[in-house]
Each structure stands twice: as C-alpha cells, then as structure tokens.
Ligand binder design. Structure first.
Ligand code: COA
Length: 159
C-alpha cells in the first residue's frame, strides 16, 4: 500500500504492545509515523520529549517507522503529513467504547481521516502503560513487556 499511516497516542511510555501494533502497521503501509500527543486527558509521568525518545529507542529496528511529537488535534496532524489513515490498537472489548467515541468524534472533525484498528498479539491483550508503572513501582519484573531503555526510564522515575 502506498500511503503513510499515523499512530497517535500518549505513549507514557511505549510498551511492547504498542510496538506490536506498529510492526503490524509497518507491514501494510510504506511508512508509519508514531505521533506522540502533547495534549491528552491524562497526567503523564514523562514529558513529551522523553516519550518521543523512548518511542524512538523501542522502534530502531523498524526502517519505515519514525516518531514525532505533536500538539493540537490528531486529525490536523494527520492532514499535515498528507495522510488520511489513523492507526489504533484494539485490545479487548473494554477498549471499544472509548475507541468508538474517539473515531466518531475524529470523523466529525475531519471526514477525510479514516481510523483503522489492529489487534495485538494475545500476550499483550491486557498490557497497558499503567500496568507497567504499577508493577515497576512494586519492584516487579517487566522485561517481557517493554524495551530495556523504557524499563530503565521507568525505574529512574518511579523507584
Ligand atoms: N499495547 C499496550 N497498551 C496499549 C495498547 C497496546 N496495543 N493500546 C492501547 N494501550 C494502552 C496505553 O498504554 C494506555 O494505557 P494507560 O491508560 O494505562 O496509559 C491506554 O491504552 C490508552 O492509550 P493510548 O492508545 O495512547 O490512547 P490515549 O487515550 O492515551 O490517547 C489520543 C488518545 C492521544 C489519540 C487522543 O487523546 C488524541 O487524539 N489527542 C490529541 C488531541 C485530539 O485530537 N483530541 C480530540 C480527540 S477526538
């Protein structure tokens, strides 16, 4: 497929579950841009610049993937990149309600942007950035769920 696709998210921080979605998208599209949002409804533990750096570190093995931070609306960022495809991951039924709302709101904001959903590996179905943070805080081992640089940054921040 010829088009570029954009994967927006908070990525606070990126996990192997996100990377799994990015790898899948990279097989379908010529180029995938991981778009790290400055504005989200959440309190982030990492500033935007660090979330971008960690996403870069976790995806250096992927040639057709790049990472950028953005401010403002996702759909505006997507249009600024001459794309019309937003990638999102769907893990479980619990994601559906939020993703439906996001997708319909984005469609109203911009009719030209289409959201495509990809399903991660079974191993990552329950994984989230919050879960990683909780386990690290309690001294647990998260090697199977995140890149070593992400784990080091989390330990530095939370322990
Ligand atoms: N693997 C692991 N975790 C995953 C995952 C996957 N495949 N897919 C989602 N998650 C987790 C994330 O880790 C995160 O967990 P957390 O809540 O514990 O931090 C959670 O699911 C949702 O994260 P994310 O996919 O980053 O979505 P978000 O809700 O943080 O981000 C934006 C939503 C950034 C896309 C949205 O806020 C946005 O577009 N902001 C820009 C402003 C805008 O356009 N607003 C209008 C929107 S209508």
């Amino acid at each position: 497929m010829k088009e570029n696709a954009i994967y927006p998210g908070t990525f606070d921080p990126i996990t192997n579950g996100h990377t799994d979605i990015i790898e899948r998208a990279g097989k379908i599209f010529d180029k995938v841009i991981i778009a790290v949002a400055k504005e989200t409804s959440k309190e982030c533990i990492f500033p935007l610049e660090e979330r971008v750096e960690l996403a870069k570190a976790a995806t250096t093995h992927l040639n057709n993937v790049c990472v950028e931070g953005f401010t403002g609306l996702s759909v505006d960022y997507i249009k600024s990149k001459n794309s019309s495809i937003m990638i999102r991951g769907l893990r479980a039924v619990s994601d559906f309600e939020f993703e439906l709302q996001l997708s319909l709101a984005n469609r109203d904001l911009c009719h030209d942007v289409e959201t495509l959903y990809l399903i991660p590996k079974k191993e990552y179905i329950y994984l989230s950035s919050s879960l990683l943070k909780q386990i690290i805080k309690s001294g647990g081992d998260v090697n199977q769920w995140a890149h070593p640089k992400v784990i080091a940054a989390l330990k530095n921040q939370l322990r």
